[in-house]
Write a protein that binds this ligand. Structure first.
Ligand code: DGL
Length: 279
C-alpha cells in the first residue's frame, strides 16, 4: 500500500474480517479482546464453504469476491481469518486492493515455533493449506531447527459448520487425524484452520491421551489479533475516541442456523441480524 493510500484511510472505519464460513469468528473473538474499541464487519462465505478442498485458483477467486465486498463497505483494513485463503491469496489481495491485508499463517507459525521444545510441530489444516506448503515455509522463516509435520483434517470443517463439536463422532474423527502426529512424536499441535478451535476440547483431550500431557495445542487467533493490534496502532489506524465496545456486524452468503448459534456462543455480546449478501 502506498503512503498516499495509507493517508486516505479513515481510522473511524471498521475492520473487515472474512472466512469461508464461521471459523473466522474465533479470530473475531480474539480481535475484540485485543482491540475492544474497534468496529468489525465479518463476512462468512457460508454458501461456498468449504474452501479447503478446492484448488488455489478457485480459493483466490472466492477470496477476492469476499474482500472486494468488504472494501466496498469502507473497511480500513482486511483480516483474512482463514488459513486456506492466507496460504494462497494474500499477495493477490494486496496487489488488487488498496488497503492493508493481514493474514493468519505467519502469526500461527510463530506461536507454534515459540511453543515447541523438541522442534517437532504437527499441523492440522485443510488439504489446500497442507498442499500449499505455507506452514513449513512460514516456520522456516522463524527457525531453522523445526520440523513441520502437516496432516489434512478436512472432515473437521463440516463438523464445526454443523455444530457437531462434541461426542463420539468428532472424537473418532479427531483420533484418526492425530495418529500421524502421534507417530511423529510432535510436542506441539497447531490448529492450522480457523474452524478447528471450535473443536478444541475434543482435540485437546485426544492429543493428551494419545500423544501426551506435555503436548501444547496452539491456535493462531490470539497471535493474529496481537499482530493486527500492533499494525493498527503503529499506523495510527485505531479509532480516535472509541465509545465503549466496538460493534460487530455479521454478513453471510447463505443463512445457516449454526452461523448464528456459533456467533452467539463465541461473541457473547448481542449483535444484530445476520445480513445475507450476494457476492
Ligand atoms: N476456516 C478455513 C481455514 O482456516 C477453512 C475451512 C474451509 O475449508 O473452508 O482454512
Amino acid at each position: 500500500m502506498t503512503d498516499a493510500a495509507s493517508r486516505a484511510v479513515d481510522r473511524e472505519a471498521p475492520l473487515g474480517v472474512f472466512d469461508s464460513g464461521l471459523g473466522g469468528l474465533t479470530v473475531v473473538r480474539a480481535l475484540r479482546e485485543a482491540l475492544p474499541g474497534e468496529d468489525i464487519v465479518y463476512l462468512g462465505d457460508t454458501a461456498r464453504v468449504p474452501y479447503g478442498t478446492k484448488g488455489a485458483a478457485t480459493v483466490i477467486r472466492y477470496a477476492l469476491a469476499c474482500a472486494k465486498h468488504l472494501v466496498a463497505r469502507g473497511v480500513k483494513s482486511l483480516v483474512i481469518a482463514c488459513n486456506t485463503v492466507s496460504a494462497v491469496a494474500p499477495e493477490r489481495l494486496r496487489i488488487e486492493l488498496d488497503i492493508p491485508v493481514l493474514a493468519v499463517i505467519e502469526p500461527g507459525a510463530r506461536a507454534a515455533v515459540e511453543a515447541t521444545r523438541t522442534g517437532r510441530i504437527g499441523v492440522l489444516a485443510t488439504a489446500g493449506t497442507i498442499a500449499s506448503g505455507a506452514y513449513p515455509r512460514a516456520m522456516a522463516q522463524c527457525s531453522t531447527r523445526v520440523d513441520c509435520i502437516g496432516h489434512a483434517a478436512p472432515l473437521l470443517v463440516p463438523l464445526a459448520e454443523e455444530g457437531w463439536t462434541e461426542g463420539e463422532v468428532p472424537e473418532l474423527v479427531v483420533r484418526r487425524y492425530i495418529e500421524p502426529l502421534a507417530n511423529a512424536r510432535v510436542d506441539v499441535v497447531l490448529l492450522g484452520c480457523t474452524h478447528y478451535p471450535l473443536l478444541r476440547p475434543v482435540i485437546e483431550k485426544a492429543v493428551r491421551e494419545r500423544i501426551g500431557q506435555h503436548v501444547t495445542v496452539v491456535d493462531s487467533a490470539v497471535a493474529t489479533a496481537a499482530d493486527v493490534r500492533a499494525f493498527i496502532l503503529d499506523r495510527n489506524l485505531d479509532r480516535r475516541s472509541p465509545t465503549g465496545t466496538g460493534s460487530v456486524r455479521l454478513l453471510a452468503t447463505d443463512a445457516t442456523r449454526s452461523f448464528r448459534e456459533v456467533a452467539t456462543r463465541f461473541l457473547g455480546a448481542p449483535f444484530g441480524d445476520v445480513e445475507l449478501v450476494d457476492l
